[in-house]
Write a protein that binds this ligand. Structure first.
Ligand SMILES: C[S@@+](CC[C@H](N)C(=O)[O-])C[C@H]1O[C@@H](n2cnc3c(N)ncnc32)[C@H](O)[C@@H]1O
Length: 266
């Protein structure tokens, strides 16, 4: 169950390092969900692809591997582009670019596909970003949001209300994100004038073992989020015992919906 935590642009060096590790883990954990979307969107045959909000480049690398075309990857953070440069060393079909998704520095009708992953939940004006992505794709081209979560749709059992409500959107909202972006994808794409298909990206419920591995790798993140949300060390420890116990018992159930949208510019 990837958790999609984020550190805003004014982060410390330590926060940035955590964030990068988290993005790498997310890229791995969501690969099986993103790859079918790439195939469905026809990424392979696109000649020119725009990856908006490329972050550390881990997902961009996947995008590059799924297309014969050239990928332009854009982000508004120089820090992230520096990391992406290292991540993408040796990848021949990519160019990095600094810019704001709200005002993409490209002419109308330029790309075959404009794609983003886990971007719309963090931008100031997601409608403006989707409009911009639609503007820069060619007629017949596609705009793709490969995964955007919906924290309000999260289902977790057995319950632990004090912590569940934090992970069901509160933490993301307090960090400036939109926890309900998943359910808004159709609206954003339709209002951008795109012929739109939306779907559920994660079609499989993780096993307790997978959830445990993911939790242990991201344990620092969970603890830091709970600290930030005002829980004491004692309270977090108690919650962790409850969480791990239900995993060991094999009864834990976690569903965290992530949606995709593919829009065609007619
Ligand atoms: C959660 S990360 C996702 C990165 C990558 N797409 C992935 O899935 O691993 C969001 C990225 O979007 C970038 N971003 C946020 N707002 C942006 C904007 N207005 N224009 C361009 N990039 C932006 C951030 O700097 C960050 O690198």
């Amino acid at each position: 169950m990837p958790s999609f935590f984020f550190v805003p642009h004014n982060r410390s060096k330590e926060e940035l390092e955590h964030f990068i590790r988290k993005l790498e883990q997310q890229a791995l954990e969501t690969a099986e969900e993103r790859h079918p979307i790439y195939i469905k969107a026809g990424l392979k045959d696109a000649k020119l692809v725009l990856d908006v909000g490329c972050g550390n480049g881990a997902v961009t690398k996947d995008v590059c591997n799924h297309t014969n075309g050239m990928v332009i990857a854009i982000d508004d953070s120089l820090d992230m582009l520096e990391i992406a440069k290292k991540m993408l060393e040796g990848v021949r079909n990519v160019q990095l670019c600094l810019g704001d998704a709200h005002a993409l520095p490209f002419k109308d009708n330029t790309f075959d596909i404009a794609i983003c992953n886990l971007l719309l939940m963090w931008v100031k004006d997601p409608q403006q970003v989707v409009n911009e992505m639609a503007r820069v794709v060619k007629k017949g081209g596609k705009v793709v949001a490969s995964l955007e979560p919906d924290f309000g749709g999260k289902i977790h059992w057995p319950p632990y209300p004090k912590v569940d409500e934090i992970f069901a959107g509160r933490a993301i909202k307090n960090r400036g994100g939109d926890p309900y972006i998943g359910r808004k994808l159709r609206m954003l794409f339709v209002r951008a004038g795109l012929k739109t298909e939306v779907g559920l990206g994660n079609l499989r419920i993780w096993s307790c073992e997978e959830d445990k591995e993911s939790y242990m790798r991201a344990r620092d993140f969970y603890w830091n989020v709970l600290r930030r949300e005002g829980l004491s060390e004692e309270e977090i420890k108690k919650w962790e015992e409850h969480h791990l116990k239900s995993i060991e018992e094999g009864i834990e159930f976690n569903f965290f919906p992530q949606f995709y949208a593919i829009g065609v510019k007619e």
